[in-house]
Design a protein around this ligand. Structure first.
Ligand code: HEC
Ligand SMILES: [Cu+2]
Length: 401
């Protein structure tokens, strides 16, 4: 008897509200820790992107519908339990079947819910998927473990189209149509701030849209387990407002890699880059890399035309200061610093290509420094430096610029 009275007296309240509030605050603080904008690795639901806005509103409708269903079902449950309680009706409940009205309701309501949810989904798909003729075209090529972005409509004066490895520069406030393909296995393109996720598939070209209203640097990642350096297959998206994007394009179209001064380190680097060093087995870099406005036109590795303007290295494995520091090691022994990298070693060491052991040629440290100097000189003029003053919205490496 006592216990029952206590339970109803209202004196005992096991859940003190103050603890609940404290708990919520602590949890919230933990969730927010380290999430100042420049440190955020990945941002979901960035409302600057039309894709994310569409998904947000679709989800909101779906959630509202779910709440309605929840309330309806709960009401029906409590109502039935309460109305047909045993102490109210000691007689056995009425048995019935073949109640057409009830059956129609039980079939009709779920069907209606499914139809409503499909309409919401199909409506969003119809809004997001079509690639209009006016969308801005970018070709995306993925390979183990890097990305190449090229602009099929932007021919350069030096020949070929403008291209950049691992850093995608795109205009804001425009649908950007990415035509994606892969040269080896399936990779996944995912930069959540600017849109959804899509696979790039060998022997197929798939075109879809991304878009953002806000200029900024956004983090991207490969989302399909594609081999040893899958987690190191990153990229940056640099969205620029129209005027800056156009100025980038105009400069990039006219760009030719600067001619190194005679006798300079850059000139020695240029020669090694283009000819390699056959007597030590060092392959020419130009066999695999393109540099706009020079004879280097290789396709097996990322386009290095504006390498000096880039701030990432190794498909976003390092950025900022770290990328500068790692360049020497990268050239010397890329497969050592990035597992599975298909760039040769230049320290004479062995590495694997398609399961076969290959021996790299050799370059001296001084020669590698010369090549680094040449690569750093491959800079777009100041006005086309797409990193300059572009806010970093998120990054994987703690915002070290
Ligand atoms: C057999 C082809 C091949 C040769 C030869 C080659 N590379 Fe590469 N290079 C690659 C590949 C493939 C990658 C991408 C590796 C990755 O990120 O997984 C790469 C990446 C790079 C990168 C990083 C680009 C970025 O933005 O991440 C630089 C810099 C580079 N190479 C410079 C050189 C230099 C300098 C030489 C000559 C000394 C050279 N490469 C020779 C295939 C090659
Ligand atoms: Cu990948």
């Amino acid at each position: 008897m006592n216990t029952i009275r206590d339970r109803h007296s209202g004196n005992i309240r096991p859940h003190k509200p103050v603890w609940r509030v404290t708990g919520a605050v602590v949890l919230g603080a933990l969730l927010l820790t380290g999430c100042s904008p420049s440190q955020q690795a990945i941002t979901f639901g960035d409302m600057a992107s039309g894709y994310n806005r569409e998904i947000f509103w679709m989800s909101l409708w779906a959630i509202a519908l779910s709440i309605l269903i929840f309330v309806g079902v709960s009401w029906a449950l409590f109502h039935t339990v309460n109305r047909f309680r045993e102490d109210k009706h000691s007689a056995p409940p009425a048995q019935f079947h073949g109640n057409n009205r009830l059956e129609n309701i039980l079939i009709g309501v779920p069907v209606l819910i499914v139809i409503l949810l499909s309409v919401l989904t199909v409506r969003s798909m119809a809004r997001l998927n079509p690639v209009p003729q006016t969308a801005y075209k970018v070709d995306v090529l993925s390979k183990q473990y890097w990305w190449n972005f090229s602009y099929p409509t932007e021919t350069s004066e030096a020949g070929g189209v403008i291209a950049n490895g691992n850093e995608l520069i795109m205009p804001t406030k425009k649908l950007v149509a990415l035509s994606m393909t892969s040269q080896d296995v399936i990779h996944g393109f995912w930069a959540p701030n600017i849109g959804g996720q899509r696979h790039s598939v060998p022997n197929a070209v798939r075109t879809w849209n991304v878009q953002t209203d806000r200029a900024g640097v956004y983090q991207g990642n490969c989302t399909q387990l594609c081999g040893a350096s899958h987690a190191n297959m990153r990229f940056k998206v640099i969205a620029l407002d129209e005027a800056r994007y156009n100025s980038f394009l105009a400069t990039a179209r006219a760009y030719r890699a600067p001619t190194p001064a005679p006798g300079s380190a850059e000139e020695r680097g240029y020669t090694l880059f283009n000819q390699g060093k056959p007597e030590t087995g060092a392959l020419s870099c130009a066999a695999c890399h393109r540099v706009q406005g020079t004879p280097a036109a290789g396709q097996a590795g990322p386009d290095l035309s504006f390498f000096g303007t880039r701030r990432t290295l190794g498909a976003g494995m390092w950025e900022g200061q770290r990328a500068q520091e790692m360049l020497h090691d990268w050239i010397k022994q890329s497969p050592v610093v990035k597992p599975g990298s298909l760039m040769p070693r230049y320290d004479g060491g062995e590495y694997l290509v398609n399961g076969k052991t290959v021996k790299g040629g050799t370059l001296t440290d001084a020669e590698i420094d010369d090549i680094s100097a040449y690569l750093r000189s491959l800079k777009l003029p100041e006005e086309a430096d797409y990193w300059r003053d572009t806010p970093v919205i998120n990054t994987l490496n703690g915002g070290t610029q």
